[in-house]
Write a protein that binds this ligand. Structure first.
Ligand code: EPU
Length: 430
């Protein structure tokens, strides 16, 4: 268990290149299970969630080959197993996409209940289950496993999602891809990674229309063929580097992005006093003075992403005035606030609302990353703080950020990754 050591209070300058979108690729990799051919996937981020997923597929009989650091070839034709390895499955949240794809290919799935980031709240999958049942599967959850079965095969149906859920939208889309007849998902989520999954499936021969709107129509096809696909850039990784510039000051060119996907973030950074210049596949973020307070509510896309909330709060700790943040997606995503307080932040939380009173400076401290984006917020706070910050629990951060240390070093940050001797480790749960 390693940690990051950050000597802060340095402005960021230069260029950073964003990797492929984690939340797209964690659905695309399981989708290859349904493909009768070889899938070559490009722009794959080497983050631990992806490495675990590839291992899961290999253990189930897939042939996985890395062609270069960002390209993998996956061939699932030799796969013979609808049961997933439990120990690896518990390590990631996105394991639930295997239910949709295994149902699609085998009409049967036995998948260990998802693990993944812990925000302290419940992370239900009732809408996924509702969708699978509408397509004719029977689903039960026992002994930590989800069992789903449709001996007669899946049949297209209308699925109205009661909550706008990224995971349920993608999972129902996956299951419906090879179902008999047409499926319509209503009240679908519209995130860029949903469009990316649909584009991947269509590139392999699926018939999906409307991804990116709240009604998605899927006409089932009998087979999917192999092909090459390049994953979209990671909107949240890009936003995280943009938020870091807001906290530290400076000017950074963020490369390999789709500026349209960043508009929901850019609008808020501009309110905070950033200058954001949009180029073809890059944005340049420059922090102007002073850093302004803002009010912010997280919402499903195209609203401001919940996965950027902790990083922006870290920057707002240093704004002039008091910001009001409302978390509109998750019940509880403020566990990290206690850690920021150790660095001198003034934040009060009441249910889904956080009141962030700007302070002139943060001071380095020993802090814990309690989930992926909370960990990113700790790094941002550490980069801006006076003195040294030690971030523990970095395994969470490495789930979703490829080479974060090297990328920040390239921007002039003083951050290193060190191995902690056993006896000096902080307890994980505080
Ligand atoms: N919900 C239900 N029932 C369900 C599913 C979701 O009530 O069956 C609720 C959740 O409790 C939550 C809301 O719906 O309040 C939205 O959850 P969603 O299903 O959209 O989240 P998810 O698919 O589990 C993905 C990302 C998260 C991101 C959310 C929201 C992946 C692997 N994870 O999770 O990303 O916060 O969408 O955008 O795609 C992250 O990357 O740090 C991360 C946690």
């Amino acid at each position: 268990m390693d940690k990051f050591i950050i000597n802060g209070n340095k402005t960021l300058h230069g260029e950073v290149t964003v990797s492929g979108a984690k939340n797209a690729v964690v659905a695309i990799i399981p989708a290859t299970i349904m493909v009768n051919g070889v899938c070559r996937i490009e722009n794959v981020p080497r983050v631990s969630d992806v490495i675990i997923q590839l291992e899961i597929l290999q253990q189930m009989g897939a042939r996985v080959r890395s062609l270069n650091p960002t390209t993998v070839e996956i061939d699932c034709r030799g796969m013979r197993n609808a049961r997933t390895p439990e120990d690896l499955m518990r390590k990631l949240r996105a394991s639930y996409y295997l239910i949709g794809t295994l149902l699609g290919r085998y009409h049967k799935a036995e998948v260990a209940m998802p693990g993944g980031c812990n925000f302290g709240g419940v992370r239900p999958i009732d809408q996924h289950v509702k969708g699978f049942e509408a397509l004719g599967a029977t689903v039960s959850i026992k002994n930590g496993y989800v069992y789903a079965e449709a001996p007669q095969g899946l049949r297209g149906a209308n699925v109205y999602l009661d909550v706008v859920s990224v995971g349920a939208t993608m999972n129902v889309m996956l299951a419906a891809t090879m179902a008999q007849g047409q499926t319509v998902i209503e009240n679908a989520a519209k995130e860029p990674h949903i469009v990316d999954l649909a584009n991947f499936l269509n590139a392999m021969g699926a018939d999906i229309m409307g991804a990116g709107t709240d009604v998605i129509k899927i006409r089932g096809v009998e087979t999917l063929h192999g092909g090459t696909y390049s994953v979209i850039p990671d909107q949240i990784e890009a936003g995280t580097y943009m938020a870091a510039v807001m906290a530290t000051g400076g000017s950074v060119l963020v490369r390999n992005v789709i500026p349209k996907h960043l508009e929901c973030i850019t609008a808020k950074l501009e309110e905070m006093g950033a200058q954001v210049e949009e180029l073809d596949d890059a944005v340049r973020v420059t922090r102007l003075e002073p850093l302004n307070k803002i009010n912010l509510k997280t919402l499903p896309y195209p609203g401001f992403p919940t996965d950027m909330q902790p990083q922006l709060v870290a920057a707002l700790c240093l704004a002039q005035g008091t910001s009001v943040i409302t978390e509109g997606v998750w019940d509880n995503r403020y566990r990290y606030v206690e850690e920021l307080r150790r660095m001198g932040a003034r934040i009060q939380v009441d249910g889904k609302v956080a009141i962030v009173e700007g302070v002139p400076e943060l001071t380095g401290a020993k802090v814990q990353a309690c989930d992926l984006r909370a960990g990113a917020a700790m790094v941002i706070a550490g980069l801006a703080a006076h003195g040294t910050t030690e971030v523990d629990g970095i395994a969470y951060i490495e789930r979703g950020y490829e080479n974060i240390v090297e990328k920040l070093q390239g921007l002039g940050a003083d951050i290193t990754r060190v191995t902690v001797p056993e006896e000096d480790r902080m307890p994980m749960a505080r």
